[in-house]
Design a protein around this ligand. Structure first.
Ligand code: BV8
Length: 238
């Protein structure tokens, strides 16, 4: 691990679970309370915008009451203590729409599925920081149209900054997947892309995921324990 220069980390809902944010597919997960087709597709939004807005309003409000956990804090430490040295790069690609990576101090964070803290105007296309609700169809701060939606990538929509992600994978020495079930593409395919590129792969997850067999190494346990332990290994060997 001493010759590591470039790490790409993918995080999923599992890294935020110990902060009290529901995952999607675990026991009591979000998708057990709502069918994906009813709340996380453009068709659902067209069919029943109030249901979708309420689903995201509830999650946007909940997220703001939560705090980063030791896993988020360890990744921020990795960025500031390891990646800050000459010639090293760390990119955190998160599927999560919460801002716990940033609130833990991480800066180079890419939200491939969007963020709860933006509203996206379907009229003028401008994204505005948004911490309130959208159910009451508030005016877009930019153009005034009552046409705001969550700035979240729904099923069937193209995730953000895919080219930047693949460019980072092409340069990486190590790809680490943390807290994701490996159920949703294209994120679930990154481990295979990494392997095809000769990049070493590590999974840190509470239980085996749909992608575990693709990883060079897969460790099971809570992120709040596994991530600080792994970051400590990297810092000690660097
Ligand atoms: C696209 C919105 C193309 C934001 C989300 C058939 C085959 C392959 C692909 C497809 C297919 N049919 C359709 C597709 C494409 C589809 C897809 O993959 N479907 C799946 C269901 C088969 N993908 C898409 O539609 C994507 N877009 O493909 O576009 C395209 C091409 C051209 C032009 C236009 C478009 C868009 C996908 C994004 C969907 N949006 N969310 C929101 O509401 O928050 S997905 C949602 O699930 C999340 O965003 C997240 O990304 C995703 C996966 O969830 P996880 O983060 O992994 O969470 P999960 O609960 O599943 O797992 C948690 C894990 O943590 C578990 O393993 C658990 O063990 C672990 N854990 C729990 N506690 C802890 C822990 N680990 C550690 N510590 C703990 N304490």
């Amino acid at each position: 691990m001493a010759d590591l220069r470039n790490i790409v980390i993918l995080t999923g809902a599992g890294i935020s679970a110990e902060s009290g944010i529901d995952t999607f597919r675990g026991g009591g997960g979000l998708w057990e309370q709502h069918r994906v087709e009813d709340v996380a597709t453009p068709e659902a939004f067209d069919r029943d915008p109030d249901l979708v807005q309420r689903f995201y309003d509830m999650r946007r409000e909940a997220i703001q009451t939560k705090q980063p956990n030791p896993a988020h804090e360890a990744l921020a430490r990795l960025e500031h203590e390891w990646a800050a040295r000459e010639g090293r790069r760390l990119l955190i690609v998160t599927q999560n729409v919460d801002d716990l990576h940033e609130r833990a101090g991480a800066e180079n964070v890419l939200h491939m599925h969007g963020t709860h803290l933006n509203a996206w105007c379907t009229q003028c296309d401008v994204r505005s920081r948004w911490t309130g609700t959208l159910i009451d169809r508030p005016e877009c701060p930019e153009c005034g149209a009552r046409a705001l939606r969550p700035d979240v990538v729904w099923f069937g929509e193209m995730p953000y900054e895919m080219e930047r992600i693949y460019a980072a994978l092409r340069e990486a020495d190590l790809f680490v997947s943390i807290g994701t079930s490996g159920a949703v593409y294209p994120a679930a395919g990154f481990v295979r892309d990494a392997k095809a590129l000769g990049v070493a792969t590590l999974e840190l997850n509470l239980e085996r995921s749909q992608g575990s067999n693709w990883f060079d190494e897969s460790r099971q346990g809570p992120a709040s324990a596994l991530v600080p332990e792994w970051v400590g290994e990297v810092l000690r060997k660097s």
